[in-house]
Design a protein around this ligand. Structure first.
Ligand SMILES: CC(C)(COP(=O)(O)OP(=O)(O)OC[C@H]1O[C@@H](n2cnc3c(N)ncnc32)[C@H](O)[C@@H]1OP(=O)(O)O)[C@@H](O)C(=O)NCCC(=O)NCCS
Length: 166
């Protein structure tokens, strides 16, 4: 995909103009997702964690843009970030990269004060489950003795919900 990708260096020098293999080798340590159609890679997304946050980057081949591929790829990165228990995802591109910035905003990312930068913060898994368990407790009318049941139900819901719905 990167050999025929245009424009090369589309986003802050990426994908690299020369030897994309070296760049991909460095990314191999991170979670990568690809979109494949008829055996051909047409989209690539990578999450680069550092501490409790991670940088996101997405690339869709020019022949396949505006076909709704970038969105599920970025959503995959969001879900992976949550699965890894990260607190924040961020990305940076040229301030005039309308396609990337609109895509990010469409999935709940916020534009930061730094032009071209966007981020999203996650509620931690345990916090989300605790909040849901409390809702279940209130819905069943409160009262002691079933805290574990409430917690298990909340946890079950959290893990059974389709990641794309979270
Ligand atoms: C940014 C990029 C990944 C988007 O991929 P895509 O598959 O074309 O995006 P989608 O078709 O899923 O579009 C999702 C949303 O993004 C926005 N969007 C995508 N392309 C757009 C464009 N050319 N102009 C305006 N908005 C655009 C829209 O909000 C769109 O939703 P809509 O179709 O309902 O209006 C792609 O343009 C790309 O690879 N660009 C070059 C590399 C790059 O800049 N990567 C960013 C690195 S961080």
């Amino acid at each position: 995909m990167y050999r025929s990708f245009e424009p090369k260096g589309a986003s802050l020098g990426l994908p690299p103009r020369w030897k994309p293999e070296k760049w991909l080798d460095r990314l191999a340590a991170f979670p990568n997702f690809i979109a494949v159609v008829e055996g051909r890679v047409i989209g690539h997304a990578v999450l680069c964690p550092e501490g409790d946050s991670a940088e996101v980057a997405i690339f869709v081949h020019q022949d396949s843009r505006r076909h709704g591929l970038g969105k599920p790829l970025l959503n995959k990165l969001k879900n992976e970030g949550q699965r890894l228990g990260l607190r924040r995802l961020w990305g940076i591109t040229e301030p005039n990269n309308v396609a990337m910035l609109r895509l990010a905003v469409s999935l709940g990312f916020v534009l930061s004060a730094e032009p071209g930068e966007f981020y999203i913060k996650f509620e931690q898994r345990t916090e989300a489950i605790r909040r849901r368990a409390y809702e279940i407790y209130l819905t069943r009318g409160g009262g002691p003795g079933r805290e574990m049941e409430d917690w298990l139900q909340a946890e079950g819901e959290f893990f059974s919900v389709s990641p794309s719905d979270r």
